[in-house]
Write a protein that binds this ligand. Structure first.
Ligand code: C2G
Length: 132
């Protein structure tokens, strides 16, 4: 059983998120998603989330690529999660390239996947602004 783990906000879930999750899941047999809580987003990422945590979690749980969703409440929890869930592969989009290489010391394979261009939660929010 090869376990893949990834982290993110996944606000206003869109095609870029789904493609990331699909590719991450394809690297193993199960995918765990560390989903940023609303508080973590506000305090640590300075990001306002439009969709509250519980609804973002529910959406992710509906995706066949996702096997388990856990809360992301700190930047530092990744190492303990990797050990706790015996993760074999850590995946992030390549906007994070290099930022999590240190995790390979835990024996996990660190993989950065190309982001899907032209779509992001911020462009969707901006678009929504145009139509108000
Ligand atoms: N992503 C992507 N293509 C996009 C947008 C996002 O591949 N067009 C990827 C990101 O690279 C990330 C994942 O989808 O791997 C989730 O993106 P965000 O919700 O923006 O996550 P982020 O704010 O980068 O939080 O501790 C890590 C953080 O929680 C990551």
């Amino acid at each position: 059983m090869k376990t893949v783990i990834t982290y993110g906000t996944f606000d206003l879930l869109h095609y870029g998120h789904v493609l990331l999750l699909k590719r991450a899941r394809a690297l193993g047999d199960r995918l765990i998603v560390g989903l940023s809580t609303d508080e973590f987003n506000e305090k640590e990422k300075g990001k306002h989330t439009y969709i509250p945590y519980e609804q973002r979690k529910e959406l992710l749980c509906e995706l066949k690529s996702v096997d388990l969703v856990i809360p992301e409440t700190t930047w530092e929890q990744k190492a303990e999660d990797i050990v706790k869930y015996n993760a074999d592969i850590f995946v992030m989009g390549d906007d994070w390239k290099g930022k999590f290489d240190f995790l390979s010391e835990l024996g996990v394979e660190v993989v950065y996947l190309p982001r899907t261009p032209e779509i992001s939660s911020s462009t969707i929010k901006a678009g929504m602004g145009d139509h108000n």
